[in-house]
Write a protein that binds this ligand. Structure first.
Ligand SMILES: *[C@@H]1O[C@H](CO)[C@@H](O)[C@H](O)[C@H]1NC(C)=O
Ligand SMILES: *[C@@H]1O[C@H](CO)[C@@H](O)[C@H](O)[C@H]1NC(C)=O
Ligand SMILES: *[C@@H]1O[C@H](CO)[C@@H](O)[C@H](O)[C@H]1NC(C)=O
Length: 492
């Protein structure tokens, strides 16, 4: 080879090198045929870049383009957005508004495709609204759901060969109190949903409906009956006869079967929709990296527990450690003069201008914990008898720093995290990794699917729809299901 050509080739290699970073691209949004969700997502990780070496140039030169064809071969209607974590990792989300084919995900750095881009997909890519249920066993595999969860195994232990006719009658007899409880008896039969609700505050059945409708669009659920508690408080005290009631919050004093809270479930089902705070968005809307965050704790919330008032006292005594205020008085109205004034709401994303986040129970567990873990701050968690479906996997001093229930060691714990900043930063990073492995939309959908499937195996006897039950229909949506010859619902 002539020398000038050699030189040219060498230059090209050099040129190529300085244009490109090593990248890792991963996440369920890269399996769009098999993993249907309201907003699909994947991560793009520039592996050589971290919080310290990140510069805004990376984001300026990063671009994603997602295209596809509609059934009529027009451009597929979809929306994508990119969340910048400012640590070398981007989260890309996209939402389909119709059945698409020939989907192509193009990821660019400086107008060049990064490694492996473009990602091209054969087959039909369905929006979450499509009613195209598949066989449950193969779906669980394709969706990459775990076979089991320790929490589910424990919660379902008391139940074998359950006769739901008998159990539902007992639940209504013992726990139907229109003044204080609200719950719904659901029947899933031939993948259709029916319910009877009891109590005053049954508007919350919308949350239970939504997740059951979402599941039955994706999979053919086994026939089953279940009772879902629409209140925050778990209902069955330890020591009483175990009856199968599904609740959003568990406690060490109760034996309800726990499912993901309506809050994180809605943020999953309304991702890139009605709900703006979720375990993904909270990673991409943080302004400050660890070193530039205020080395103080931040807290806002309403007055739903005495310790929240106590926190205000501690914060007043230690303004150099804690910025805390109540945003609403309801439970302790008579104490507003003492603990007010109430301050306006602060965007959750702004909480993370501060290094430390305090998680104190409200009426039950504070349903904000998933977002605090994902947000990149260090969580100081009040010890509590209440728990959500994932608390059993959290480890103190690994994912959070514990604080005594009466907050008596809060100041000591804050001084500890300030003194051991590197350790605190590691715990904050672990918390985010935990959230990314357990609390993203895919995980929330899986937990429901595995829980209800395992539950259905415990029921004996025939499942029947009772006279007078309300049918909960799917919303009509025009779709082309891959596994059906005909279009469902409507002709396009
Ligand atoms: C990105 O890659 C780096 C280097 O391999 C790794 O340390 C980091 O944990 C990765 N981040 C994510 C979100 O996977
Ligand atoms: C506490 O936080 C609020 C909201 O971010 C801020 O306006 C206020 O100045 C802070 N107070 C102190 C004493 O830092
Ligand atoms: C499709 O539609 C035709 C005619 O309307 C009907 O006979 C056939 O059973 C349908 N097939 C399926 C799989 O629904």
């Amino acid at each position: 080879m002539p020398t000038y050509l050699l030189k040219f080739t060498f230059l090209l290699i050099l040129f190529h090198k300085c244009l490109c970073y090593e990248t890792k691209v991963f996440g369920p949004g890269l399996q769009p045929v098999n993993i249907v969700m309201p907003a699909r997502y994947f991560f793009v990780n520039f592996t050589e870049i971290d919080e310290n070496s990140y510069s805004p140039d990376l984001a300026k030169n990063f671009a994603v383009e997602i295209t596809g064809k509609s059934f009529k071969k027009d451009a597929c209607r979809l929306w994508s957005n990119t969340l910048n974590r400012k640590d070398g990792t981007f989260i890309v989300r996209y939402k389909l508004y119709e059945t698409c084919s020939e989907l192509s995900i193009n990821i660019y750095y400086k107008n060049k495709h990064i490694e492996n881009s473009p990602f091209k997909f054969k087959g039909l890519i369905q929006p979450d609204q499509c009613d195209c249920p598949q066989d449950l066993q193969s779906w669980l595999k394709q969706y990459q759901c775990p076979l089991s969860y320790t929490q589910i195994v424990n919660d379902l232990k008391p139940f074998q060969h359950v006769d739901m006719k008998d159990q539902v009658a007992k639940i209504i007899d013992k726990y139907h109190n229109p003044q204080s409880t609200s719950f719904c008896h659901y029947v899933i039969k031939d993948n259709q949903i029916y319910r009877d609700c009891y109590g005053k505050h049954i508007g919350f059945n919308m949350f239970a409906d939504n997740v059951l409708l979402s599941l039955t669009r994706k999979v053919v659920m086994p026939d089953m009956e279940l009772v879902i508690n629409l209140g925050d408080w778990p209902l069955l005290s330890k020591g009483t006869e175990p009856l199968p009631i599904f609740s959003w919050c568990g406690s060490t004093e109760t034996i309800d079967i726990v499912m993901p809270t309506y809050d994180i479930t809605e943020s999953t089902l309304e991702n890139m929709g009605r709900v703006t705070l979720d375990t993904l968005s909270v990673q991409g809307n943080i302004d400050r990296k660890w070193e530039t965050k205020e080395p103080r704790a931040f807290w806002r919330g309403r007055d739903s527990r005495a310790e929240r008032l106590k926190l205000i006292d501690i914060a007043r005594a230690h303004p150099e450690l804690i910025n805390a205020s109540l945003t609403n008085f309801f439970f302790f109205r008579e104490k507003e003069a003492q603990y007010g004034p109430k301050l306006p709401h602060v965007s959750f994303f702004k909480f993370f201008d501060y290094k430390y986040q305090i998680n104190i129970d409200g009426t039950v567990a504070a349903y904000r914990l998933p977002y605090l873990l994902a947000g990149g701050g260090l969580v100081l968690k009040q010890e509590s008898p209440y728990y959500e479906h994932f608390y059993g996997q959290l480890k103190p001093y690994v994912h959070y720093v514990p604080v005594k229930r009466d907050l008596s060691d809060l100041v000591d714990q804050l001084n500890w995290v300030i003194k051991y900043d590197e350790k605190a930063h590691d715990i904050a990073k672990n918390a985010r990794i935990f959230a990314n492995e357990n609390l993203l939309p895919q995980h929330i959908i899986c937990y429901h699917a595995v829980l209800f499937n395992e539950w259905s195996k415990r029921i004996s006897g025939e499942i029947t729809v009772k006279e007078g039950m309300t049918h909960v229909p799917q919303t009509k949506f025009a779709c082309h299901c891959a596994n059906k010859e005909n279009t469902s619902h409507e002709e396009l």
